[in-house]
Design a protein around this ligand. Structure first.
Ligand code: FRU
Length: 535
């Protein structure tokens, strides 16, 4: 089985040593030469400062994202017993602002029969399950039970909470949907207003298909349709589907359906990643509309992210109507090397939460992602730099304007005159940099992490990721979030996003802009050093 030999991983020396070789200001004391440094919690080497990570142990997909009574819940695939994949259970964190998270105890623990694989959660406002009351509706988790017997079934199960997600009871009538299949997982459940029923969207992972089911009560499910997509990648498996009705450029009267499916392998930057289809949903069947695809699309699908580290993203259920945003978060890792990233005592982070819509892109429509507004709460002071006209040279914004850091938000606009290429380096240090550049001739934006720091822990980590992207009104506008071990880049009004892990030395903090082969105008340079969410 694809991921589920994950447990039988051999230990690599790199992974064992990873996270233990830093001597930065975050080290509280160093015992002796052969002892590992002792770090303050949440200040360990590579610990993200504004991305959610569990205090210790392994995490993968976000699960059961649901808003209820002023709280955003984020459950996630979690190993309570170790820092590699295994013993899958649901961990839990709560936020009131999508920025600061409080880790809770394990919400739903594996048992002797089943591991608790990915799934979703809803608030059962109509008490269709009978688990709650009309006054106190239950929060219901719908997840895949993965048989502890090798080669056993994956089936769909429920657990519920009547105390705002603090404690959970597994439903005694489980499983609620069992098709006697070994690769049938990751149910996303939404309330479908028009047909007044629950909808389940779920992957038949190794058949490269998505099934739609309907239910009046989350317990009895009827197959509605099956979606397949000729021409879409089918390298390993399909996982973690989601579906939305999204506005085009924010217009609530102009919406299209979007079906998102994750690819276990064969994504644009290599390894795992997400793809999506834009089309129509009639209450039973999703149909892709290939007439609205951008010129650069190859096949019926588009890629969610052009970096390597945005997987299994799912959306929040029950976001209040007066907010109305489509919100989601993804796992910042890649199954190619997930178990080997050099962090300790936790492994993996989630992305920053993003709001999602559709926008016009390259002759068609594309998903557009934006960092949530709430992240502005992390800004300390604003630093601006003077406009630059760079002719075949580079300028350090660290030296000229005092812009630097490993927790940094940046905005910058590039307008090529006769340059071949231009861009920005972040996390610049001794022999290290992470480069985002644009090639005017090929009309491509790239993210190069080959010199970003520690890239040797796995052969598939290093490299350059590329996305087709025309200039937008003659310009490239970048919005960048740098954390201790990640860089997220939003370009072209969010239609092109790179989410990537990087493992720089703690002193690699510089920022430089450059133009090659001619002149580029660089303007609207703004930077905000960001606060840590752990302080
Ligand atoms: C995706 C995935 C899901 C599965 C879970 C197991 O990363 O493979 O399909 O439910 O991880 O941890």
């Amino acid at each position: 089985m694809k991921n589920f030999t994950k447990a039988a991983l051999s230990l690599s020396v790199a992974a064992l040593l990873g996270g233990c070789n830093g001597t930065g200001p975050n080290v509280e004391k160093q015992a002796s030469d052969d002892a590992v440094p002792v770090y303050k919690p949440y200040r360990e080497q590579y610990r993200p400062q504004f991305h959610y990570t569990p205090k210790k142990n392994w995490m993968n997909d976000p699960n059961g994202l649901v808003y209820h009574d002023g709280e955003y819940h984020m459950f996630y695939q979690y190993n309570p017993y170790g820092d590699r994949w295994g013993h899958m259970s649901w961990g839990h964190a709560i936020s009131t602002d999508l920025v600061h998270w409080e880790e809770q105890g394990v919400a739903i623990l594996e048992d002797e029969d089943y591991m608790i694989f990915s799934g979703s959660a809803v608030v059962d406002h109509g008490n269709t399950t009978g688990f709650g009351t009309d006054e106190n509706p239950a929060m219901v988790a719908i997840y895949t039970g993965h048989s502890q017997v090798p080669g056993g079934d994956q089936n769909q199960q429920l657990a519920y909470s009547t105390d705002n997600g603090r404690t959970w009871t597994k439903y005694e009538g489980n499983p609620v949907l069992d098709e006697n299949m070994e690769h049938f997982r990751d149910p996303k459940v939404v309330w479908h207003e028009e047909s007044e029923q629950w909808l389940m969207i779920i992957t038949l992972s190794e058949d490269f298909a998505v099934n739609f089911y309907g239910s009046p009560n989350l317990k009895d499910w009827t197959l509605l349709s099956q979606f397949t997509a000729e021409g879409a990648p089918v390298d390993k498996n399909w996982e973690c589907p989601d579906m939305w009705y999204l506005p085009i450029d924010g217009d609530p009267n102009n919406k299209r359906w979007v079906l998102e499916v994750d690819l276990g392998d064969g994504s644009i930057a290599g390894g795992s990643g997400g793809m999506y289809f834009i089309g129509d949903f009639d209450g039973e069947t999703f149909t892709t509309d290939t007439s609205i695809l951008p010129d650069s699309a190859e096949g019926p699908h588009q890629f969610v992210d052009f970096g390597a580290d945005y997987y299994a993203a799912v959306s929040w259920s029950n976001v209040p109507e007066d907010d109305g945003r489509a919100l989601w978060v993804g796992w910042m890792n890649n199954w190619d090397y997930a178990n080997y990233i050099p962090t300790h005592p936790w492994r993996s982070s989630q992305s920053i939460p993003r709001s999602v819509g559709l926008t016009e892109f390259n002759g068609g429509l594309a998903m557009a992602q934006q960092p949530v507004e709430e992240l502005k709460a992390l800004r300390t002071r604003e630093i601006t730099a003077e406009n630059q006209s760079l002719s075949n040279n580079r300028v350090s914004l660290t030296d000229s304007a005092g812009i630097y850091g490993q927790t940094l938000e940046l905005k910058v606009t590039f307008e090529p005159e006769d340059a071949d290429e231009f861009g920005i380096d972040v996390l610049v240090g001794d022999g290290e940099k992470t480069t985002i550049s644009y090639n005017v001739h090929s009309e491509e934006i790239s993210f190069d992490r080959s010199q970003s720091g520690d890239v040797d822990f796995h052969e598939k980590f290093s490299g350059v990721h590329v996305a087709p992207m025309p200039l937008d009104d003659g310009k490239v506008e970048l919005h960048i979030f740098v954390d201790w071990s990640s860089v997220e880049v939003f370009a072209h009004r969010g239609a092109v996003v790179f989410s990537n892990k990087v493992f720089p030395h703690h002193e690699s903090k510089g920022v430089e802009v450059f133009s090659r082969g001619g002149t580029t105008r660089i303007s609207d340079i703004q930077a905000w050093p960001l606060k840590s969410i752990w302080q």
